[in-house]
Design a binder for this molecule. Structure first.
Ligand code: SF4
Ligand code: SF4
Length: 132
């Protein structure tokens, strides 16, 4: 198994610092890979990253919700969306995204389609060549 970062990720980067096996990387280019990705072959499922995420974007793979119920105001960050977000990350650096949409309270979203991109990033995406 592995842990999975979902499209609730706003690139805060806090999870990267606590991962004992350094398997979390920022997706690049951001327009195509808009969140951070966990290398499934390296993740040891320790769970240390989960409480570090201010957006509660990380789940064990078998707990990624099929019907995530929005609190309201949180963002989805994925290719195909066109909303604008500006914030700052865990280190105070600016984060600007143009692939977001804000959720309404009570809206439900299936986050399981976010599982595959975490694998793809390292098998056929930019993470593949970066890890070689
Ligand atoms: S802490 Fe959360 S928002 Fe930040 S990079 Fe990790 S998963 Fe994404
Ligand atoms: S579960 Fe542990 S090993 Fe896996 S990405 Fe999170 S911190 Fe890293």
């Amino acid at each position: 198994m592995t842990h999975i970062i979902t499209s609730l990720c706003l690139r805060d980067s806090g999870c990267v610092d606590v991962c004992p096996v350094e398997c979390i990387v920022p997706g690049k280019p951001v327009e195509e890979w808009p969140w951070y990705y966990i290398d499934p072959d390296t993740c040891i499922d320790c769970g240390a990253c989960i409480p570090e995420c201010p957006y509660e974007a990380i789940f064990p793979e078998d707990e990624v919700p099929t019907a995530y119920e929005a609190k309201g105001g949180e963002y989805l960050n994925m290719v195909g969306l066109s909303g604008h977000y500006e914030g700052s990350n865990h280190h105070g650096d600016p984060v600007v995204l143009d692939t977001v949409r804000q959720l309404e309270a009570g809206e439900t979203v299936d986050l399981t389609p976010d599982i595959q991109p975490n694998y793809d990033y390292f098998t056929s995406g930019p993470g593949y060549s970066a890890m070689e």
